[in-house]
Design a protein around this ligand. Sequence first.
Ligand code: SF4
Length: 342
Amino acid sequence: MGISGAFKGVDRTAVFQSRLLAWFRSEGRDYPWRRTRDPYAILVSEMMLQQTQIATVLGRGYYQRWMEAFPDVVSLAAAPEPEVLRVWEGLGYYSRARNLHKTAQAVLTEHGGVFPRSVEGLLTLPGIGRYTAGAVASFAWNLPAALVDGNVARVLTRLLACDEEIDRPAVQQKLNDWAAALLNRDEPRLHNSAIMELGQRICTPRAPACLICPVRSVCASAGPDAVKRPRKRAARETVLVTEHALFALRKGKLLLHQESGRRRQGLWKLPERSTDEVHGLPEILTAPYTITHHRVTLHVYESREAIAGPGETWHPLAEVEALPMPGPYRKALNRIMENRLL
Ligand code: SF4
């Protein structure tokens, strides 16, 4: 399906493409992953940026640290999973790290260490979806692959005055079709970077800068209407959760539980207990944190009598730093240790 409604016409598409590109050529930002053509490095950046802001990925050094620890597919494929999770620690959504690990192993064992050079080939790798395949294909090899992330979806719905809810599968398909129809096939790498950056910096969710927008003349929402789009289904309600965990340190060893659930599999954390089991124990820390739509309050209690339950083992304190741990638990543990030194 091509472009409909307000954006019909070859001329408007050409105007959009040329203005977007001219703006990006003079204003586009310089990120480390834009300086490389290595599909592995591009994949790492894309996986990190899926749920995390650029400022965090770069500002807190996650991307640089990862590329130093695992500079290529071979080094990542050979690394043990706990080490992979440890280097990812702090970014959350650990399935991304596991998928990167599995992808590196698949590229090595099934493709002789070379990434398949097409969207279809990339889609066969673990955890690589339509967006990521399009990003790697266009950024690494300049292939004419369109892509739609949250920023691009916002630009497209505004540009084309789309009032349908964008999280419905049929509308997602429509957005992919529009992105493909608008793609500048002579410059797919620059075009995709440009439309994403337009969404990040100009066509922002709450304060789009329509007055200085390079594609204003072909946009159906320029002005006050812009903030009404895109429309989404109502957000899930926040769920309040309380966690009770033990800080049990005995003879220099700390009791930890290894997670087996899908989201945090393989990560270590302070062992959880029921309200009854922590009754009467001194509470040494309260640490609120948020994960997806859950607002969690973590209460930590000191226990001198704890007995290891299923999945729980004692670890020398000096080795705990090297174990992968969910961010909120790492912070809580660091605070407890700091308090004990005061
Ligand atoms: S004119 Fe406004 S709404 Fe349209 S693309 Fe530019 S910033 Fe977004």
